[in-house]
Design a protein around this ligand. Sequence first.
Ligand code: PMV
Length: 390
Amino acid sequence: MANKYVTVTAPVNIATLKYWGKRDRFLNLPTNSSISVTLSQDDLKTTTSVCYSKNFESDALYLNGNEESLSSPRQQSCLKLLRKCRIEKEEQDPSLDKIASLPLHIVSVNNFPTAAGLASSAAGYAAMVYSIAKLYQLDLDRSELSKIARQGSGSACRSLYGGFVAWEMGSLDNGSDSKAVQIAPRAHWPGIRAAILVVSAAKKEVPSTGGMQLTVKTSDLFDYRVKQVVPARYEEMKKAILARDFGVFAELTMKDSNSFHAVCLDSYPPIFYMNDTSKRIVKVITTINEAYGRNVAAYTFDAGPNAVIYYEEKDEDIVLGTLHEFFGSVPGWAKKSGKSFSVPRKFPIEKFDHDVFSKGVSRVILTSVGEGPTLVSESILNPDTGLPKL
Ligand code: PMV
């Protein structure tokens, strides 16, 4: 039997309605539904090749060239679930090769700028689950696969789709209805752009699981957020996406980022993810919106100080003109070389202390809404050895 292999790429997603809180820590079941935009794989992606062989000693994972442990309970639950599906398939069709129990080698690389401080777990788990499902020729749709990826990292379930994605929280104890669904494909609203302002490349100070547990346990505001705020916002945001209403989408996105960071602050002891640079970025974005009398751009922050700014292509000159004024000297603008930026006419630049406002950002990543996991032909592992190709 030849060593078979498959290669896929998978995207990063950034939530516009945040997942924060688990009702089941082991199955990664959330306390609220969430919504995200999948970002373009041209700029941010994980590529994963997987291969099985009876000659391999055991399962192995190589990440960015280095062998890494594959023993975490989350990695193990994804592998177990995928193998279980393959075993069922082999039992139904005895003519199939018996590969479910053979050791797997997983070789994975991120194209993110090293030390960008961006969470790679969503793209990583989506790529791992999608690639093994393809290798095993499982007849599961993306929603079914999202339930498996969810057990690796909650937000990973949304990286199974491109475009605009919802994670429906579900209500069953076994999690079988907690899955990602696509609200709209990339082509529905291809003009959505994202500028990521990298404020810190450091690992999260408070990892998301621990942070969520603390918020669920101690925040008084949390109950109001999950019972009142998010359910209404979830419906409104879906509607805004379907109507391509950027003004409403932006308002809901910013409000939800604020609400998520408010429940973090309301945790005891408090959790601070945004820092002074993050707060200055909020000021810049709200000033653009005030100056133009509409929501030209929306900020959102995850469990760290990095900002993601969503805007529409038609407003690129306004948004990038402003950001370039403050952060034009950091890496990440090469993609726009040849373009000359200027502060937009209506932006009250005189009100900003340039030295203070241009501090703290180390890189920008200019990207857009993108597609979901994709099968590709070029492998990054050597199928004979199961090791990363050099
Ligand atoms: O899936 P995790 O454990 O990486 O948690 C993600 C939490 C946030 O990024 C803050 C919000 C979200 O919905 O992605």
